[in-house]
Design a protein around this ligand. Structure first.
Ligand SMILES: [Zn+2]
Ligand SMILES: [Zn+2]
Length: 238
């Protein structure tokens, strides 16, 4: 193994590594497809006891894939590992490690002595390690190239591209209109007058972003110097 520097590792513990085609890793990969409620950094996980998968989960409270989530951490350019308190989807209780423990307990399975296989991330944060250790989990496995395969840049490169195509801008003018149009161009989004996939409505205190046919905004960007940049960060997540 290359010498990987992990943001957190409890004393006396180590990650274990499994090949991407390891049968339990394949199960974790399926859990990522089927259970992860986080569309931006989806993670799947399975718990294995006595050679059997006894619990499976994904991160983001198992909301299932495809739900739109605009993460304030991304809008506000929070550095890696910070700003979790801003987001109810990305905070530690929704991480896959905690979710699989919960799934096990709900199924009446004791996690003590079990291993967990995680697909979609390359390290575990302190609250997750603590929860695994307290539950008596033996080893946490990641894919042997997880630090490259699931690096933040790699994952966001795949997930942080807009799936919407068209945007309408209401109430914008002058410099801010110009700045926002520039951002739309960079993202490959087309500005249209009606039937847009996303409506951005400028009001006194900020910009409300609405998905097509929705009455509640999916996100509100506060007015300020970084408005165009933050609006770009919202659109990348839609
Ligand atoms: Zn988030
Ligand atoms: Zn965690």
């Amino acid at each position: 193994m290359p010498n990987i520097e992990y943001p957190y590792m409890p004393a006396g513990r180590f990650l274990k590594y499994a090949a991407v085609d390891d049968p339990f890793m394949v199960e974790a990969s399926k859990a990522r497809e089927e259970c992860a409620g986080d569309p931006l950094y989806p993670v799947g996980i399975v718990m294995v006891k006595n050679g059997q998968v006894v619990a499976r989960a994904g991160n983001g409270f198992n909301r299932g894939p495809g739900k739109v989530h605009v993460c304030p951490r991304i809008v506000l350019d929070c550095p890696s590992g910070t700003g979790y308190e801003l987001c109810d989807l990305h905070d530690a209780p929704g991480h896959s490690e905690r979710m699989v423990l919960q799934a096990a307990w709900e199924a009446g399975v004791d996690p003590a002595g079990a291993d967990v296989y995680m697909f979609g991330h390359w390290w575990a944060c302190e609250p997750c390690w603590t929860a695994l250790i307290e539950a008596g989990v033996r080893d946490l496995y990641v894919v042997d190239d997880a630090h490259e395969r699931f690096s933040r840049d790699k994952v966001y490169g795949e997930t942080l591209t807009p799936s919407v195509r068209t945007v309408s801008l209401v109430g914008f003018d002058g410099e801010i209109l110009e700045a926002v149009c520039g951002q739309l161009g960079e993202l490959g989004l087309e500005q249209v007058d009606q039937d847009a996939d996303v409506r951005c409505v400028m009001e006194g205190d900020g910009v409300r972003c609405f998905l097509k046919d929705e009455i509640e905004p999916v996100y509100k960007v506060e007015s300020g110097d970084h408005l165009a940049r933050q609006l770009r960060n919202v659109l990348r997540q839609l």
